[in-house]
Design a protein around this ligand. Structure first.
Ligand code: GUN
Length: 300
């Protein structure tokens, strides 16, 4: 059997550590001015995956010496109770960033909750004002954490975004849409030709097959196959899917949106799941929280 060349692994944990090294210096500087960046994470209900995310965000805050508030509300929490809690966090001067874990239970109007956030504390970058700033390329706004993490991962790995054709699979508000906007921005960290491909796209393999960089964010386990990419492409896997696996002690394993084994033989570089984009999302949340604290310190 012939051994095919294996793609370079893009290690999100290592790049995230580099982000934290920079952040520690920024946090120390803010603390000398009497500002401790504070993040509030709101979780409604007890979805196990969401609980795990919220726990790792809280843990990272503590490791960096940030003020961290974890608000765990029952699944029965009403819209008006949640709006009241968001209002309290908006007025709390020790809190610079607020994140409401998505998705909330079905009876919650998520768009209304996002609109109720103080845009200056919206470290998720979901508020319409921050979405507008992303479109307008106004750097004072907040950009969603996963897209920021994907961009940083590419840049730190020496992948040229400038002028490249990037195919983004998925058009979600959290990843696909903001990532497309970010990578097409008119600056040296952007300037990509972006194609957004989704579940209704005709000729998906033809489009992804012509891209220099393919970012998979469609939430379907092992969807992207070797036939979908060109030889030598860079592949970023945003997916975190739980796949039933009787052989695993937990009863499931984590799989990305990319069929890693076959795609890694054809790509030049690829992110693993876990250990790729995931650690970068948390790092960028910390970076956005520090940015929010810095901007609030300027304004007061
Ligand atoms: N659920 C999955 N990813 C995210 C995220 O980046 N922010 C929030 N608030 N919820 C999420």
């Amino acid at each position: 059997m012939t051994h095919k060349r294996m793609a370079k692994l893009i290690d999100g944990r290592i790049v995230a550590e580099k982000v934290y090294t920079d952040l520690r210096a920024d946090i120390a500087e803010l603390k000398t001015r009497g500002v401790t960046p504070g993040l509030a994470v709101v979780l409604i209900g007890d979805d196990p995956a969401s609980r795990a995310y919220v726990r790792s965000k809280d843990k990272m805050c503590r490791e960096l010496g940030l003020h961290s508030v974890k608000l765990e509300l029952p699944a029965s929490t009403t819209q008006s109770e949640l709006l009241k809690r968001v209002g309290e966090l908006n007025r709390d001067s020790t809190i610079h960033g607020i994140l409401v874990q998505s998705p909330p239970p079905g009876h919650i109007d998520e768009a209304a909750i996002v609109r109720a956030l103080d845009p200056q504390k919206d470290v998720d970058g979901f508020h319409p004002e921050n979405v507008a700033k992303l479109v307008l390329e106004d750097a004072s706004g907040f950009v969603p954490c996963t897209p920021l993490g994907v961009q940083r991962l590419l840049l730190e790995s020496g992948v040229e975004i400038n002028g490249a054709h990037v195919a983004v699979l998925g058009r979600s508000m959290i990843v696909g849409k903001p990532l497309a906007l970010l990578l097409m921005q008119k600056n040296k960290n952007g300037n990509a030709t972006v194609t957004v491909v989704h579940s209704r796209s005709r000729d998906l393999p033809q489009i992804t097959g012509s891209a220099d960089i393919v970012v998979a964010a469609i939430g379907r386990a092992e969807f992207l196959k070797a036939d979908h990419i060109r030889e030598g492409a860079v592949v970023i896997d945003v997916g975190i899917n739980r796949v039933e696996d009787a052989a695993s002690p937990r009863g499931y394993r984590l799989a990305g949106d990319v069929a890693f084994d076959e795609v890694s033989k054809k790509a030049t570089a690829i992110t693993p799941v876990p250990g790729g984009v995931g650690p970068m999302t948390i790092a960028m949340l910390m970076a956005n929280t520090v940015k929010a604290a810095r901007q609030s310190a300027v304004h007061t």
